[in-house]
Design a protein around this ligand. Structure first.
Ligand SMILES: *[C@@H]1O[C@H](CO)[C@@H](O)[C@H](O)[C@H]1NC(C)=O
Ligand SMILES: *[C@@H]1O[C@H](CO)[C@@H](O)[C@H](O)[C@H]1NC(C)=O
Ligand SMILES: *[C@@H]1O[C@H](CO)[C@@H](O)[C@H](O)[C@H]1NC(C)=O
Ligand SMILES: *[C@@H]1O[C@H](CO)[C@@H](O)[C@H](O)[C@H]1NC(C)=O
Ligand SMILES: *[C@@H]1O[C@H](CO)[C@@H](O)[C@H](O)[C@H]1NC(C)=O
Ligand SMILES: *[C@@H]1O[C@H](CO)[C@@H](O)[C@H](O)[C@H]1NC(C)=O
Ligand SMILES: *[C@@H]1O[C@H](CO)[C@@H](O)[C@H](O)[C@H]1NC(C)=O
Ligand SMILES: *[C@@H]1O[C@H](CO)[C@@H](O)[C@H](O)[C@H]1NC(C)=O
Ligand SMILES: *[C@@H]1O[C@H](CO)[C@@H](O)[C@H](O)[C@H]1NC(C)=O
Length: 805
C-alpha cells in the first residue's frame, strides 16, 4: 500500500518535471518553415506560452471544413476569438489543407492540391518567426523583433485585453452563431473619432445611421475627439481622446484580468458585449456578460434597412439579447434562420373581386405593445382603436394598423424594425387571411414573352364536317362539346410549387360536404356537372364545384401542371379557380361562385338587357380574351367562346369560364386529331380545313358573340326568325351592306342614339368573323377598335367562298 503511494508520488513528480520542461520549451515561438495540417483528432495548433490560447485549425461544427483561428485552449468552450477570412467569408478549408510559415509571405494557407487559399496580407520585410503571445495575439516578427503582422491588427468579431481599434478599424458580426460569414453589424472607429455601431445593407457597404455612438466626434472640439478604442490589459474599455482623456464605454464593475479571461465581442445579433470567464474553471462555468451596448437593441430603428430581426418579424429583448418571432400566420422565409425575414402565409391583394369579399377573406389579430415603427403610409388623428382597426381592415393596402394615444398609423408590407415592449402602450391590428384558402395567384413569369412566341401547331382533322359554315349549320345538331387548348413551349413548365401556394387542395369528403352531397346543380358543361357549394370559411364562401366526368389518362403531374397554369391566371374578366380535388378517380375543380348566371341566359331571356350593359359585357369578354392570349404567363387559347361559357358577377361584369382545361381533360397532342371541338355556330372555319389552330379561332368566336350581344339574339335561330335571317353572321353583313343598322338592333332607341358606336361594333364583329384568318384582327386590335382608339376600316365580305358557292 505504502509502496503504491510512493510510486504514484514519484510518477506525479516526474510529470511535474516534464511539464515544466515543456513549459520552458514552449515560448510561443514558431520558426519559419513550420507548418500545420488540417486534420481531425490530433493536435493541429500552436500554443501560447501559458497555454491559454491556441492558434491553428479548428474543425467547424457539423462540417468537414476547418477554420484557421485563435481560441481559448484551456476552457471547454474553446471560444474562437479570431479567424482567417477573405472579406465576406471565412477562409474555411478542406481536410488536408496546410498552413506554412514562410519568410516572404508569412502565413500561407494552401489546399491539399497546393492552391493558395489565404495569406497574411501586406507583409513588408522578412519574417523571422511567429509568436503566439499570451494575450492571444499571433504576431509575425522580423530579425529585430519588429512586428510585421498581427492578428490584433486584423480583428474579426472580438477584441481582447491589450488590443486597440485605431481610426478606420472595425469589428464585424458573423452571420449567425455557427456561420462565420460576414453579418450585417459593424463596430467602427470612424475617422471623425466617433465609435459607432451600425447596420450595413449587405451585400453593399452602405452603413445606416448608428444605433450606438460614443459621441466623440471631432466636430465640436478636436481635442476631445476620439483617437482610438482601447481595451487595456487590466480589462478596462474606453475611447481614448486626443487629449489623453478616457471615455469609458460602460461603467460596469470590472473583473480582474488576472483571474478571468476577458473578451469583448460584437455578436451576430448586433449586441457588443464584454464577457468574463474564470481562468480556474472548476465545474460548470461559462462566459458571463460584464456589460453590453446598446441597452435595448430591439428599440433601434433603421430607416432603410433591417433591424436585428428580419422584415415582418417581431423583436423581444431578454437579458439585453434579442430574440425574433414571426406574427401569427407569418412564417420564416428560411426556417434555419430565426433572425431572418418572415413571410405571410397568404397573399394580400387589391384585386377588384377580392375587395367585395374582404369580410369573408380576412380577420384581425390584435397584439398588445407591439409596433413596427417604420413602414407607415398614413397617420389618422384623432382616431379610436375601433376605427383604426376598421380603417385598416377595409383598406386593401393595409397590412397592420397601430393604435396609440388617439393616433392610428397604417402600415404596409414589408414591416420593419418590429418589436414588443411594454412601454409602447400600443395595439397592433394585424390583418390576416382566414383559413388557408389562398385565392390570389402569383404574378406572371417575366420570360413569358419568349415562351409565347413558340408555336406548337395543332392539326385538326377535317373529316367530320364540310368546308363552308353555311353547310355546317345545316348539319344536324352536334352535341355541344367544349374544347380547350393550351399552347405553349413544351419544356418550359411552370413551377409545381405554384400550385401549392395558389390553389387549395380539397378532399372529396370536404367538397361533398360543401355541396351538400352534390345536391344543387348549377349547370351541365362540356366536361361535367357544376354544383353549388359553400366552403365553411368564416361566414361561408360560395363556390361552384365542377365534377369532371372524364377519366383522365394523364399523370398526376400533368394534372397539377395544367391546374397551376389556370391557377396563375388572374384577371377581372376571368372566372377564378380556387382549388381542386384529386383523389383516386375523382377530379373536381372549385371555382368562385358567380351570382348572375351565364351570358346566354342574360342575352336570350324574355326581358331584353340594356344596350349599355351589352356593350360593357362585350368589352369585358374582349379584355379577358386579350389577357388569355397575350398577358397571362402561359398563352391560353380558349377554343370554345360562346355565351354559355361567359358568366356574370354581382355587377354584371363578364367573366370567361372554362378556359385552359385542354391537357387536363384530353390527351397529349398526338391525340388531338380525334376530337371535335368548338361549338356549332361559333367555331372558326379553320377547324374544318386542316389548318393550324391559333388565337384567331377565339377571335372568330368572339365576333359571333359580339354580334349576338349587339342584336340580342342567337347566332343560329331557325324558329323565331325568317329563313334569310337564320344565320346571324350572314344576315348582319347583308344589313350592313344595305346600311340598315336599324334592322340589326331591331329599332332599339338606346342603340340608335349611339349610331357611330353601333356601326363601329358591327364593323369590328365583321372583321372578327372573316373566313380568312389572316384578315381577322388580334384581340389587342379588337379591344383598341372597340374603344375607338384605332380606326376601323370597311370590312370585306366575311365568307366570300361560301357565298360564291
Ligand atoms: C494522431 O497522429 C498519430 C501520428 O502522428 C497517428 O498515428 C494517429 O492515428 C493520429 N490520431 C488521430 C485521431 O488522427
Ligand atoms: C508547407 O509545409 C509542408 C510540410 O513542411 C511542405 O511539404 C510544403 O512544401 C510547404 N508548402 C509551401 C508552399 O511552402
Ligand atoms: C506579448 O505579450 C507581452 C505581455 O504578455 C507584452 O509585453 C508584449 O509586448 C507582447 N508582444 C507583442 C508583440 O504583442
Ligand atoms: C453562411 O451564410 C452565408 C450568407 O448568408 C451563406 O451564403 C452561407 O451558405 C452560410 N454558410 C453555411 C455553412 O451555412
Ligand atoms: C476643447 O476642450 C478643451 C478641454 O475640454 C478645452 O480646454 C478647450 O478650450 C476646448 N476648445 C474649444 C475650441 O472649445
Ligand atoms: C486601464 O485603465 C484603467 C482605467 O483608466 C486604469 O486604472 C488602469 O491602470 C489601466 N491599466 C493599464 C494596464 O494601463
Ligand atoms: C488557480 O488555482 C490554483 C490552485 O487551484 C491557484 O494556485 C492559482 O493561483 C489559481 N489562479 C488564479 C489566477 O486564480
Ligand atoms: C451547466 O450550466 C448550463 C447553463 O449554464 C446548464 O444548462 C447545464 O445543465 C449545466 N450542466 C451541469 C452538468 O450542471
Ligand atoms: C377589428 O375589425 C374586425 C373586422 O371588422 C373585427 O372582426 C374585429 O373583431 C376587430 N377587432 C377589434 C379588437 O376591434
Amino acid at each position: 500500500m505504502a509502496f503504491t503511494v510512493r510510486l504514484l508520488l514519484l510518477i506525479s513528480s516526474l510529470f511535474l518535471v516534464l511539464e515544466s520542461l515543456f513549459a520552458q520549451t514552449n515560448s510561443g515561438k514558431v520558426d519559419v518553415g513550420a507548418s500545420l495540417s488540417a486534420t481531425a483528432g490530433n493536435s493541429t495548433s500552436w500554443l501560447s506560452p501559458s497555454g491559454d490560447f491556441a492558434f491553428g485549425f479548428r474543425q467547424l461544427e457539423n462540417s468537414d471544413l476547418f477554420l484557421l483561428s485563435t481560441w481559448y485552449a484551456k476552457i471547454p468552450d474553446r471560444t474562437i476569438v479570431w479567424y482567417a477570412n477573405n472579406g465576406d467569408s471565412p477562409a474555411a478549408v478542406a481536410k488536408g489543407s496546410l498552413l506554412n510559415l514562410t519568410a516572404d509571405s508569412g502565413l500561407v494557407l494552401t489546399s491539399p492540391r497546393g492552391v493558395q487559399l489565404w495569406k497574411s496580407e501586406s507583409i513588408s520585410g522578412v519574417v523571422a518567426f511567429g509568436l503566439l503571445n499570451d494575450t492571444g495575439n499571433f504576431v509575425l516578427e522580423d530579425d529585430n523583433s519588429e512586428s510585421l503582422w498581427e492578428t490584433f491588427n486584423n480583428p474579426t468579431h472580438t477584441i481582447l485585453p491589450g488590443q486597440d481599434i485605431e481610426k478606420g478599424g472595425k469589428l464585424w458580426s458573423q452571420q449567425s452563431e455557427t456561420n462565420f460569414s460576414k453579418g450585417r453589424f459593424q463596430l467602427r472607429m470612424r475617422d471623425d473619432g466617433d465609435l459607432v455601431l451600425t447596420t450595413i445593407n449587405l451585400p453593399s457597404e452602405f452603413a445606416n445611421m448608428p444605433y450606438y455612438a460614443s459621441h466623440t466626434t471631432s466636430d465640436s472640439n478636436s481635442s476631445t475627439a476620439g483617437r482610438k478604442l482601447e481595451f487595456n490589459s487590466s480589462g478596462y474599455m474606453y475611447v481614448l481622446r486626443e487629449n489623453g482623456e478616457k471615455l469609458t464605454i460602460n461603467e460596469a464593475e470590472t473583473v480582474s484580468a488576472r483571474s478571468f479571461y476577458l473578451r469583448a465581442t460584437l455578436n451576430f445579433d448586433g449586441v457588443f458585449a464584454q464577457y468574463s470567464h474564470p481562468k480556474n474553471s472548476t465545474g460548470n462555468v461559462s462566459w458571463s456578460v460584464v456589460w453590453s451596448v446598446p441597452e435595448n437593441i430591439c428599440a433601434m430603428t433603421v430607416d432603410s434597412g433591417l433591424g436585428v430581426c428580419g422584415y415582418n418579424s417581431i423583436c423581444t429583448i431578454q437579458d439585453q439579447r434579442p430574440t425574433c418571432a414571426c406574427p401569427t400566420r407569418y412564417s420564416l422565409l428560411d426556417p434555419n434562420d430565426p433572425y431572418g425575414n418572415c413571410k405571410p402565409d397568404f397573399i394580400q391583394g387589391c384585386e377588384e373581386d377580392e375587395l367585395t369579399v374582404t369580410k369573408d377573406l380576412y380577420e384581425v389579430q390584435t397584439l398588445r405593445n407591439t409596433d413596427w415603427p417604420t413602414s407607415d403610409y398614413m397617420q389618422l388623428k384623432p382616431s379610436t382603436a375601433e376605427s383604426c382597426n376598421q380603417s385598416c381592415f377595409e383598406d386593401c393596402l393595409c397590412a397592420v394598423a397601430i393604435y396609440r394615444d388617439e393616433s392610428c398609423w397604417k402600415k404596409k408590407l414589408p414591416l420593419s424594425n418590429g418589436r414588443v415592449d411594454s412601454g409602447l402602450k400600443s395595439q397592433a391590428f394585424i390583418k390576416v387571411k382566414k383559413g388557408n384558402l389562398a385565392l390570389v395567384p402569383q404574378p406572371p413569369n417575366p420570360d413569358d414573352k419568349k415562351r409565347k412566341n413558340q408555336a406548337t401547331l395543332l392539326r385538326v382533322g377535317s373529316a367530320l364536317l364540310g368546308t363552308s359554315i353555311f353547310a355546317n349549320v345545316m348539319l344536324s345538331a352536334i352535341v355541344c362539346m367544349g374544347f380547350f387548348f393550351i399552347y405553349r413551349k413544351k419544356h418550359v413548365r411552370p413551377n409545381q410549387n405554384v400550385l401549392d401556394s395558389n390553389l387549395r387542395s380539397f378532399s372529396y369528403e370536404e367538397l361533398k360536404e360543401a355541396t351538400n352531397g352534390f345536391n344543387e346543380e348549377l349547370g351541365k358543361g362540356a366536361f361535367g356537372v357544376v354544383y353549388k357549394g359553400i366552403l365553411q370559411i368564416g361566414s361561408g364562401v360560395p363556390v361552384a364545384v365542377k365534377k369532371l366526368n372524364f377519366v383522365v389518362q394523364d399523370s398526376e403531374k400533368e394534372f397539377k401542371t395544367e391546374l397551376s397554369i389556370i391557377g396563375q391566371t388572374h384577371h377581372k374578366n376571368l372566372v377564378r379557380l380556387v382549388g381542386y380535388c384529386d383523389e383516386g378517380q375523382e377530379r373536381l375543380l372549385v371555382y368562385e361562385f358567380l351570382s348572375n348566371g351565364t351570358l346566354a341566359n342574360f342575352l336570350f331571356a324574355d326581358a331584353k338587357p340594356s344596350w349599355k350593359q351589352r356593350i360593357d359585357i362585350a368589352y369585358g369578354v374582349a379584355k379577358g380574351l386579350l389577357y388569355l392570349h397575350e398577358e397571362c404567363s402561359t398563352q391560353i387559347i380558349h377554343c370554345d367562346i360562346k355565351p354559355q361559357n361567359i358568366l356574370l358577377d354581382d355587377y354584371y361584369n363578364a367573366r370567361i369560364a372554362d378556359f385552359g382545361l385542354a391537357k387536363l381533360l384530353m390527351m397529349n397532342q398526338s391525340q388531338t386529331q380525334t376530337a371535335i371541338r368548338g361549338t356549332k355556330g361559333y367555331v372558326a372555319p379553320e377547324w374544318f380545313r386542316n389548318l393550324p389552330i391559333t388565337t384567331k379561332v377565339d377571335v372568330y368566336s368572339f365576333g359571333v358573340v359580339l354580334l349576338e350581344a349587339i342584336c340580342c339574339r342567337r347566332s343560329v335561330d331557325m324558329e323565331n326568325v325568317s329563313e334569310e335571317r337564320a344565320i346571324l353572321t350572314d344576315w348582319v353583313y347583308d344589313c350592313y351592306l344595305e346600311g340598315d343598322l336599324d334592322a340589326i338592333v331591331d329599332n332599339e332607341m338606346e342603340a340608335l342614339h349611339e349610331k357611330t358606336k353601333l356601326e363601329r361594333f358591327v364593323m369590328v364583329a365583321l372583321w372578327c368573323i372573316q373566313e380568312d384568318l389572316s384578315l381577322r384582327p388580334t384581340m389587342r386590335k379588337v379591344v383598341q377598335m372597340l374603344e375607338g382608339v384605332v380606326e376601323v376600316h370597311v370590312p370585306p365580305c366575311p365568307s366570300p367562298y361560301s357565298r360564291a358557292g
